[in-house]
Design a binder for this molecule. Structure first.
Ligand code: NAD
Length: 251
């Protein structure tokens, strides 16, 4: 069923050229929004959407791209801070440079994009920011110290930003995906000795028996971004197949 609940709204999705961001850009567009994508290489976009090149590590390129998107769309109502990178290992495994890199993209990148988008969002009657966080923010996952810390910061920022901007009519929420079947996971599986066996093991570790799909995360983002969620701000919506909330007995 097609809905048009986002008709007339203007949305910017970071990391929108791949995975969760691409599925989100597609869904927001299907539901009536005018959508622009900010990414390192939006030229590879397979959708007929506006693409803007920026590196979240570079404040000038982010400001330029957000302004160009805002001008091209004629405003901004929805910002989806989705782009992010991963890192494996314990606190002993990553040098300082890697910590700076992941925080630069996952945390400061979100701050830079939000800063650039706020002047546009303040002019919207339905302003919403949705951040792509992760169950890693709260779940205590092994071998993910750096990534978890960066997503913990995204969760805290979601709450702080929601408080700071609620009186301006800007809602801020996040989604906490579990393990999502995107090119990101594809790259991890490809690096395994036996990708098919690794995929089967990954599926078996999910309470639902399968990975989360990118469109399922996109649906949660689209809901939080929509006027239907007008009284929802400062929340984290899990889209994780039950990973964080369920206490299942080992089978
Ligand atoms: P993906 O690798 O398929 O897509 C990420 C996109 O972000 C890419 O298009 C990439 O070019 C862009 N990007 C990366 N660094 C950038 C930078 N410096 N500037 C601009 N764009 C940049 O990954 P995905 O799985 O779709 O992940 C999207 C988000 O979802 C990330 O924030 C990730 O942490 C989060 N997440 C993913 C999973 C998962 O299992 N896939 C689970 C939880 C959370």
């Amino acid at each position: 069923m097609t809905t048009t609940d986002l008709d007339g709204l203007k949305a910017l999705v970071t990391g929108g050229a791949s995975g969760i961001g691409l599925a989100t850009a597609q869904l927001l567009s299907d539901r009536g929004a005018d959508v622009a994508v900010l990414d390192l290489d939006p030229g590879k976009l397979s959708l007929p959407l506006l693409g803007f090149t920026a590196d979240l590590r570079d404040d000038v390129s982010v400001r330029d791209a957000v302004a160009a998107a805002g001008e091209a769309l004629g405003g901004l109502d929805i910002l989806v801070n989705n782009a992010g990178i991963g890192a494996a290992g314990t606190v002993e495994d990553n040098p300082d440079e890697q910590w700076h890199l992941v925080f630069d993209v996952n945390v400061l990148g979100l701050v830079r994009t939000t800063r650039a988008a706020l002047p546009y969002l303040r002019r919207s009657a339905h302003a919403a920011i949705v951040n792509t966080c992760s169950i890693a923010a709260t779940a205590g996952l092994p071998q993910r110290a750096l990534y978890s810390a960066s997503k913990g910061a995204v969760l805290s920022l979601t709450l702080a930003m929601a408080a700071d901007h609620v009186r301006e009519g800007i809602r801020v929420n996040c989604v906490n995906p579990g393990t999502v079947d995107t090119p990101w996971i594809g790259r991890l599986l490809d690096a395994a000795d036996d990708p098919a066996a690794e995929r089967a093991a990954l599926n078996a570790r999910q309470p639902t028996g399968r990975l989360v799909s990118a469109p399922e995360v996109a649906a949660a983002i689209a809901y939080l971004a929509s006027p239907a969620a007008g009284s929802t701000t400062g929340t984290a919506l899990a889209v994780d197949g039950g990973m964080a909330g369920l206490r299942l007995r080992p089978v």
